[in-house]
Design a protein around this ligand. Structure first.
Ligand code: CMC
Length: 428
């Protein structure tokens, strides 16, 4: 017999179904709560609220488990290419060779962006943060493809928009960097794989030969896979909620990029490096900064520490920490930031404040150190996260539209003034 949850209100008992996911996660289905009782639930930050049923990503924060479509993040990061993972997330299964060739070729065909978009870049100040540029440019794509404004036109039209986004995001990202440097834009080189092509557009110059170092492109491939999806986080929920109004996919992804930018979410990778640099410049006294992080009067937090759902360890952080050691060793780099990060992690993990609150390094704690080693400038770190997260956002948006989910519209408990009469300005 299926389980039932009972709620007692005003002397009456109401019953609600309990639903269970394929990994035995349980939820009380309260979708009829207000109709039945007149009450709503209150859950700021949605800490206990399931917004949807999804078959894309499974995450167990207590056990440190992360699966994309049933495959463990450890196996995918070790064995797959980012494009394979993108296909897996968006279409539900790993591609066979023909699927992969068709998918890769289709993306390759769309890597160029319209020449008129170059003028937009030129209008930005050199100091423009690349996340601001990227969010605007992605939304601007909708103006070049007006047929995309109706997201439900046809499955073929939906797929074309998906391919265009996957193809053009690295070009727009690399060009936002080139523009900040006031260097000439490099066009995509379509005989290169996804990661190498991005590195080419970032680092090649028309005046010099540039060969992509396989250590660098393999490390980038792994980082992008680790970022590719993370179920209903802040930016993904943003994409789903914007998309639920039937806004087009470019607008929905642009909103996701903006949500990712904040330092409590994807922007943490930039904030971590800035924090490590600050600690380094201050003499490297890790204990002093851990004490600051614990002080409730001090706004300082240990960036790259803590997570809403991981309460034991973040499996992505474990993979990244190892990758960080490997990449730095292979590239012969000795980065003092890595030493500070390791000391900081050790001190924090032994400290009662962090232990009692289950605060552990998250995906962003070590990723910035790898990005630095790969030559990616600090302000581009969150852009790299956005490139990685794109297939996840797309998959979640596609699932939401295919399930015909209703428009997202939470309720509230009003705490403002009760009705009062308007008073003319002279009498106030
Ligand atoms: N440094 C010091 N104290 C912390 C930290 C931290 N990084 N994170 C949480 N705490 C404390 C917090 O002050 C609170 O203490 P108390 O119970 O005494 O009030 C307790 O731990 C619970 O924290 P919370 O802010 O209520 O937890 P949350 O689930 O709302 O926030 C978080 C999660 C990730 C926003 C938060 O841990 C944080 O701000 N971390 C630093 C930013 C960061 O690294 N973000 C990247 C997250 S992973 C990338 C991604 O977004 O996917």
């Amino acid at each position: 017999m299926s389980e039932i949850a009972k709620i007692e209100l005003d002397g009456k008992t109401f019953e609600f179904p309990v639903i269970e996911g394929t990994e035995n996660e349980k939820a009380i289905d309260i979708s009829k709560l207000r109709d039945a009782t007149g009450y709503i639930t209150l859950d700021p930050g949605y800490k206990n609220t399931g917004a949807t049923k999804s078959s894309i990503t499974y995450l167990d924060g207590e056990k440190g488990i992360l699966h994309y479509r049933g495959y463990s993040i450890e196996q995918l990061a070790e064995k797959a290419s980012f494009i394979e993972v993108a296909y897996l997330l968006i279409y539900g299964n790993l591609p066979n060779q023909t699927d992969l060739d068709v998918f890769t070729n289709s993306i390759t065909k769309h890597t160029l962006v319209h020449e008129d978009m170059k003028q937009f870049f030129e209008a930005y100040p050199a100091k423009a943060h690349p996340m601001g540029v990227l969010a605007s440019m992605v939304c601007s794509l909708s103006t070049f493809y007006p047929e995309s404004l109706d997201p439900n036109r046809s499955p073929e039209a939906k797929d074309l928009t998906i391919l265009r986004l996957l193809a053009k995001l690295p070009t727009l990202a690399a060009w936002s960097y080139k523009n900040a440097m006031r260097h000439p834009f490099m066009y995509p080189k379509n005989d290169l794989d996804y990661c190498s092509n991005f590195l080419h557009m970032m680092f090649a110059m028309p005046t010099e030969d540039y060969t992509v170092d396989p250590v660098v492109s393999n490390a980038l491939n792994k980082l992008l896979i680790l970022h590719a999806d993370h179920e209903q986080n802040c930016s993904t929920s943003t994409v789903r909620i914007v998309g639920s109004s039937q806004a087009n996919l470019y607008a929905s992804i642009s909103a996701g990029i903006s949500a990712l930018w904040g330092p409590l979410h994807g922007g943490a990778n930039q904030a971590v490096i800035e924090m490590l640099e600050q600690i380094h410049a201050d003499g490297g006294d890790v204990d002093k900064w851990v004490t600051k992080a614990k002080d409730k009067e001090d706004p300082f937090r240990l960036m790259g520490f803590g997570h809403r759902v991981y309460k034991n360890f973040d499996p992505r952080a474990t993979i990244i920490k190892k990758a960080c050691d490997d990449v730095l060793e292979k590239m012969g780099i000795n980065d003092p930031m890595l030493e500070i990060a390791k000391k900081l992690e050790k001190v924090a993990l032994e400290d009662e404040y962090f232990k009692s609150r289950n605060l552990y390094p998250n995906v962003d704690f070590y990723s910035g150190i790898i990005y630095r080693a790969l030559g990616i400038p600090t302000e581009m770190f969150t852009v790299m996260f956005a490139i990685g997260r794109l297939p996840g956002w797309i998959a979640q948006w596609k699932e939401m539209t295919e399930n015909n989910e209703p428009i997202g519209r939470p309720r509230q408990i009003y705490t403002g003034a009760t009705p009062r009469e308007y008073v003319s300005i002279e009498k106030r």
